[in-house]
Design a protein. Structure first.
Length: 388
């Protein structure tokens, strides 16, 4: 398989570069550069998504019939790589990447008409209500209940680790609509407007000092039955389909970007040598991603192999961010929130390209846990890919 760029790919790459040159304002670049998480500041992300959407690129992975650009896998790859290299704001749109494809496959015509364009334009931003205290890896044990009452479900229970639950407009949520003998049965997938009375969102501040995750409580929250996606009781099938999209992304641009900084700045031979090894491993991941994504139709998903990409992508992101901390040395210990804010004029301690090293390293500790812990991904590979 030839994975090098064709003349058409090069023309496409140049089109992306021209767009980024024109649209990436100094403010967008500054936020992109100072990003220490998988996504930039929420409001900046929304504005950047709107800029992309105005160009027809708000939903890069979607087919044309649903308002996406209909790009090939290679074009999507080039787009991600160029955005990372230009330090564009990073984004992980749960609407585009996760619930959008689910609505395309399982949604009613009315759900498609309402939610898909608004997700692509970032008018609606989403959060994911899967995990609960006690139900993470063992997700099927979830307890949040939805009881039918007329044209509504009445939802009671709690979700935890809800990323951007405090900012999102809507949540896609797994609830128990009946108690069956097999715990995977009786789960349904519903869409909840976060402004509905009875929802309380409490912050959880992580080791990196960031407020990204929350615990969400539902106290007699009324959700119209028309917000059910797929048949009642079949939510487990819908949920698993979504997870393949969550994990089946392109990971290698982020470690590549961090390692480029390390290679440019590090002087210590031991660090340079480990950075070179990580860069080689990341190149192997990049080629694996190209192989997996080439041949994939626009809007399609990669299946269980997404677990392999998630394991290597998250591990390499952690390796790269650890190397950035070591390159920064003692400066990594200085807490400097001002220097992490683009509007501030604070002079950073240490190399300016490494100011995010420690907060990013701490934030990235979670990357082998979220999206399904890596141990669970290994179990999936053993069963679904290797047939063990
Ligand atoms: C920063 C962050 C953001 C998150 N965002 C969201 C979100 O937006 N929405 C959402 O729904 N969830 C979110 N999560 C939750 C995440 O999906 C869960 O944390 C994850 O699935 C692990 O579940 P748990 O925390 O309950 O750990 P547990 O399931 O209790 O696991 C604890 C440890 O035991 C291991 N383990 C468990 N079972 C097995 C097994 N069968 N075989 C081998 N090892 C096993 C795990 O790998 C892990 O190391 C987020 C988590 C984090 C940390």
């Amino acid at each position: 398989m030839d994975l090098s760029l064709t003349p058409e790919d090069i023309a496409f790459r140049d089109e992306i570069r021209a767009f980024l040159d024109a649209e990436l304002t100094p403010e967008f670049r500054a936020w992109g550069k100072l990003t220490r998480s998988f996504t930039s500041d929420y409001d900046i992300t929304r504005r950047w998504l709107q800029t992309l959407n105005a160009r027809g690129w708000g939903a890069p992975t979607w087919p044309k019939e649903y308002g996406g650009p209909g790009w090939s896998a290679m074009q999507r790859y080039i787009f991600d790589r160029e955005c990372a290299a230009a330090k564009a704001p990073k984004f992980f749109s749960m609407g585009v990447r996760m619930v959008g494809p689910v609505i395309m496959k399982f949604g009613t015509p009315a759900q498609k008409e309402y939610f898909l364009p608004r997700s692509a334009s970032a008018e609606i931003m989403w959060c994911q209500g899967y995990s609960e205290p006690g139900s993470g890896s063992d997700l099927a044990s979830l307890q949040t209940q939805a009881v039918r009452d007329g044209d509504d479900y009445v939802v009671n229970g709690t979700k935890i680790w809800t990323t951007f639950g405090h900012m999102a407009d809507w949540m896609f949520c797994l609830v128990r609509t009946s108690k069956e003998a097999k715990k995977q049965d009786g789960i349904s997938f519903i869409l909840i407007d976060m402004k509905t009375p009875g929802i309380t969102v409490r912050p959880i501040i992580t080791i990196s000092g960031d407020h990204e995750v929350n615990q969400v409580f539902f106290d007699n929250v009324r959700v119209p039955v028309r917000n059910l996606v797929g048949p009642e009781g079949q939510g487990w099938t819908v949920a698993k389909y979504l997870l393949e999209f969550e994990r089946g992304g392109v990971y290698s641009p982020v470690p590549a970007e961090i390692l480029e900084d390390v290679e440019a700045i590090a002087e210590e031979p031991a660090i340079r040598s480990r950075a070179a090894q990580a860069a080689i491993a990341n190149m192997a991941l990049e080629y694996t991603e190209k192989r997996v994504f080439s041949g994939l139709q626009s809007g399609g998903n990669v299946g269980a192999i997404s677990s392999l990409l998630k394991i290597r992508g998250s591990e390499l992101t952690q390796t790269a961010s650890e190397l950035a901390v070591e390159t920064s040395g003692l400066y990594a210990l200085v807490e400097q929130p001002d220097a992490l804010t683009p509007v501030s004029n604070a002079e950073p301690f240490g190399h300016p390209d490494l100011v995010t090293a420690m907060p990013r390293h701490l934030n990235n500790r979670a990357s082998t846990i979220y999206g399904g812990a890596n141990e669970i991904q290994r179990n999936i590979i053993a069963k679904a890919v290797l047939g063990l």
